[in-house]
Design a protein around this ligand. Structure first.
Ligand SMILES: *[C@@H]1O[C@H](CO)[C@@H](O)[C@H](O)[C@H]1NC(C)=O
Ligand SMILES: *[C@@H]1O[C@H](CO)[C@@H](O)[C@H](O)[C@H]1NC(C)=O
Length: 192
């Protein structure tokens, strides 16, 4: 018994020493304000899921899926519509065709947050309604440089099947018009 306790203690001390040594490493290519502390070892098995679907954002017409709910006094004078805030309830479908199978809805807010160049900050919940993902959701929060053909946004959390999820979404504009309506392809990689 006593021997076992000593062994456990020794292992703990060695683990602490190992972590401290790893923590001291730093790379010359990193700037002064950043430091890689250590590489975290995985202790549990995780699932990696890839989702591909299309996001339909309609701001024009009689039945817009995204509406402007707030703006700054200067918004209309700004070339980037800085300060405009929209609330969206956008359908997510299987293919770019708006009439294709509904797989979920993107609900939440996005606002124009760039003064020099057009860019959005997205705070949205993508709630799915198809098959085993019905009732599960992911939360996307990040910068969407919507004028870039491809952009990346972080997935910060999830519910249901995607509980504790983290990951990233690659968004590519599939179609848009001058009114600001757009169909965007999403390719999401999740660890959960
Ligand atoms: C999703 O789940 C809800 C609630 O359990 C149910 O009413 C609905 O029919 C389901 N939808 C699909 C497409 O399976
Ligand atoms: C989707 O993203 C994954 C992971 O980043 C990548 O391997 C795959 O090629 C992408 N698919 C498409 C159609 O862009």
């Amino acid at each position: 018994m006593a021997n076992a306790a000593v062994t456990v203690m020794l292992m703990l001390i060695m683990a602490v020493v190992a972590e401290t040594t790893e923590g001291a490493q730093s790379s010359s290519t990193q700037p002064k304000w950043a430091k890689k502390l250590k590489t975290r070892k995985k202790t549990t098995s995780e699932t990696v899921t890839n989702l591909q679907f299309y996001f339909h954002d309609t701001v024009s017409g009689k039945n817009p899926s995204a509406v402007r709910v707030a703006q700054a006094p200067e918004t209309e004078k700004s070339l980037t519509l800085f300060g405009a805030l929209l609330m969206a309830d956008d359908p997510l479908t299987e293919t770019p065709d708006p009439k294709s199978k509904l797989v979920g809805r993107a609900q939440g807010m996005y606002g124009s947050s760039g003064q020099q160049e057009f860019g959005l900050t997205m705070a949205m919940c993508f709630a799915f309604c198809d098959g085993m993902y019905n009732g599960s959701s992911i939360s996307i929060f990040g910068k969407n440089s919507a004028m870039n053909p491809v952009r990346e946004m972080p997935v910060v959390a999830g519910t249901g099947v995607f509980r504790l999820a983290r990951g990233y979404a690659i968004a590519k504009t599939h179609w848009f018009n001058t009114m600001g309506d757009a169909i965007v392809g999403y390719n999401v990689t999740l660890i959960h």
